[in-house]
Design a protein around this ligand. Structure first.
Ligand code: GN1
Ligand code: MG
Length: 382
């Protein structure tokens, strides 16, 4: 019998060898693939060492997406160390509150490239905490908002110019429109003729795409250290207390815009259904989820935000949803080469859910904007 593949060409032997490189001792008793993300390969790995049980998260970074993974790890190690030190200086414990990456024993680096050319990193598994693709109640979203807002605050004085731009133009929506244009022109998978309605939807909104570029050029939206992938399932929620424990998936931490961090979270947490739901009648914008996340995020971060940032939070939600939809459509047209898919048409379904959410947010714009201002006003000037 051949070697057992645990997931996408990754074997148990490879995980065992990687563990040894990162100084893990003992016997592996469990390897569980974690399949929520669309990009990297992630595993929970449990070791038994005598009576002690130790748990780690192993991740193989997708080097097709992250062309310079060493720079990704440089950003992540700098940012996590900074947050650790912040907690220490505030006299607080950082246990479970920030990811703890392990160094490879021989090189002292936070990553290791193995013979299969897989780029590995390992961090301590955070126990008794879960992520939610669809939150079971709005308290969780309030807490997720608090966590992302705090994350922003903790990094507000981080020396931004030490960070690499690991994916150039990641949330430059105008550049994403160019990528969609290229995908349409190339028509790699011969699918352009079947998505005319979707193409028209993005075309109608082309003007929006450069809004933040313009505001940034005019000096109205400041660059900050941002997470850039603030899906609500990137906050670990404590199983007992329901509070946010720790922010995960730090791959895209780099200079960016607060409005996009707020926006991407709203994109994910205000969807009533799964991101790839086929039945659009199940997809709608959940107002109570928006309210709860906005309340938490603005409670934690309003004091550090400028009036222009507050004015543009709802635009951020529309922008990130529009952008993500355009990326799904472009990937569909390119033959599904970027986002992991598990069935045909999945990227197109993902694109359509985003379109529905954009349309609903557009209709609710004034009322959403009012909520943002009301929540922010509670904390400004305190
Ligand atoms: C990707 O892999 P995951 O789920 O963390 C993507 C995000 C998208 C998201 C859509 C590096 O994130 O930008 O918003 O899918 N990450 C990258 O679900 O492209
Ligand atoms: Mg991610």
């Amino acid at each position: 019998m051949g070697e057992e593949f645990i997931s996408h060409g990754i074997t148990r032997t490879e995980i065992e060898a990687t563990g040894r490189v990162f100084g893990r001792k003992g016997e592996i008793t469990e390897i569980v693939p974690i399949i929520t993300g669309h990009i990297n390969e992630t595993f929970k790995v449990v070791y038994r060492n005598g009576d002690a049980v130790e748990k780690y998260t192993f991740q193989a970074i997708n080097t097709n997406v992250f062309k310079k993974p060493d720079e990704v790890m440089s950003n992540i190690s700098a940012v996590t160390e900074y947050i650790r030190n912040k907690y220490v200086s505030m006299g607080e414990s950082y246990d479970r509150r920030v990811l703890e990456f392990q160094k490879a024993e021989e090189t002292g680096l936070y990553y290791y490239i193995d013979e299969e050319n897989h780029f590995w990193r390992v961090y301590k598994y955070v126990d008794n905490a879960s992520t939610y693709n669809e939150a079971p109640n709005t308290d969780i979203l309030y807490n997720a908002g608090l966590s992302f807002g705090k994350f922003q605050m903790l990094l507000s004085d981080f020396p931004m110019d030490t960070l690499f731009e690991t994916i150039p133009d990641f949330h430059n929506t105008a550049a994403r429109y160019n990528q969609l244009d290229q995908a349409i022109a190339a028509d790699q998978a011969g699918r352009v003729s079947e998505v005319q309605e979707e193409i028209a939807f993005f075309e109608e909104r082309r003007k929006i795409a450069s809004r933040f570029n313009d505001l940034q050029k005019e000096g109205k939206l400041p660059l900050r250290v941002t997470h850039n992938d603030t899906k609500c399932n990137n906050v670990l929620i404590d199983d007992q207390t329901g509070e946010g424990v720790c922010i995960i998936d730090l791959d895209t931490v780099m200079p960016g815009l607060s409005v996009n961090d707020f926006g991407d979270a709203i994109r994910s947490c205000s969807n009533s259904a799964a991101e790839d739901e086929k039945d659009l009648s199940k997809v709608y914008f959940k107002r109570e989820n928006f309210d709860a996340f906005a309340r938490g995020f603005l409670e934690a971060s309003s004091q550090a935000l400028t009036p222009c940032e507050i004015d543009n939070m709802v635009w951020g939600a529309i922008m990130m949803t529009l952008e993500c939809g355009s990326r799904f459509l472009a990937d569909y047209l390119n033959g599904d080469t970027y986002f992991r898919t598990t069935r045909p048409g999945q990227n197109l379904d993902r694109c359509r859910t985003q379109m529905k959410l954009v349309s609903e947010m557009e209709k609710m714009f004034d009322s959403l904007n009012e909520t943002v201002h009301t929540e922010a006003a509670k904390h400004i000037g305190k």
